[in-house]
Design a protein around this ligand. Sequence first.
Ligand code: AMP
Ligand code: MG
Length: 416
Amino acid sequence: MTDSCVSPAADSRSLSAAAARDRMVAEVTPITGHTFVPVRDALGRILAAEIIAPYDVPAHDNSAMDGYAVNFASLAAEGETRLTVVGTAFAGKAFSGIVGAGQALRIMTGAVLPGGADTVIVQEVTRVEEGAVWVPAGQRQGQNTRHAGEDLARGQVALAAGKLIGPAELGLIASLGLGEVAVKRRLRVAFFSTGDELASIGQPLAPGEIYDSNRYTLHGLLTKLGAEIVDMGVVPDRPEALEAALVEAAANADAIITTGGVSVGEADFIKQVLAKLGEVRFWKLNIKPGRPMAFGKVGKAWLFGLPGNPVAVMVSYTQFALDALHRMSGLDPLPVRPLLTVPAANAIRKQAGRREYLRGQVVAVDGHFAVKTIGNQGSGVLRSMSEANCFIVLPEDNAGVQAGEPVTVELFAGVY
Ligand code: AMP
Ligand code: MG
């Protein structure tokens, strides 16, 4: 493939969506710096160092069921076996004796398996009489027991560095008795909207103005990412103002996200300002929506110059910026984003030659899933993102879809 990462002077070629994403991920590097937080506060953070299990989890062999602990050798191969009950073990209250031949111990789930016992009989299949229990044939040696270290063995890597800490990890860390964990510092992301037409909430709209929505969408996206956000407001379409804003952003953040001004209009100054300030490439991605995009460095900060149209912002963010931001944050490995194949509920018109991200809604029809397109697919129609629950991703060579034909979708859930 030819090098389609082009300089501002020769930006007419198109870069494929996959190539753009890969290039961004490859160029950025994880930030350094970590902090210690109490376990609960680690939710949504990224582990800065691996956690080694300091001891076995569970710490002892124990019972997986309520029933009777026995030595398998005590059981007759056929018919019932009568065993003498020698005591009771509770979770947290072990039986100190040994279970001998012809004996059984009443045992509760989680109770330590006593010496001499290797098998647990669930109470439901037993028959109890004064001081004894009858066990039917057909038991398996070792059944209904859990072994020390079967969840985590002492010395084993319980969680690797770079792991996103979710609910399961909080519990796992707690199961090791750890009160604090080292997490990566949060990625600092500065962002601003560009455009003379943008009014801020609380101001009445002058003729031709619209309220700035991108900054709020980005607030949501970046908060969900777990970033520390620096909201720099709206910057007018003047080169000096853009330059000042970019210099300030670069001094305060690991990454900068701008929206608008990356196209070829007469008020699109981002390009000329960036040519002066940093090493930034302008891409025309062969996708819809979200064709123009800037990526590169201003000072030490990575810049993601997203388009202005609100839907295009969300497409470029999720499809291109997000994985690079994940990598910068220290997430390792990058999350797998499953693509599902479902039949289209309706026909879809499309031109071959570019990848399209349509807003879709996966719905259940008679117990089967299908995806329908949201009515207005305009890149300025943010309502389509709100009504949708997925992108329908139509590849470059697709030239239209008929109802019932399988298409690829990426569910929003788990992506942003
Ligand atoms: P631009 O790329 O700057 O030409 O913007 C493309 C379209 O997106 C124009 O219709 C803009 O008015 C609109 N737009 C740009 N920024 C925003 C924003 N922050 N909020 C809502 N719409 C925007
Ligand atoms: Mg603009």
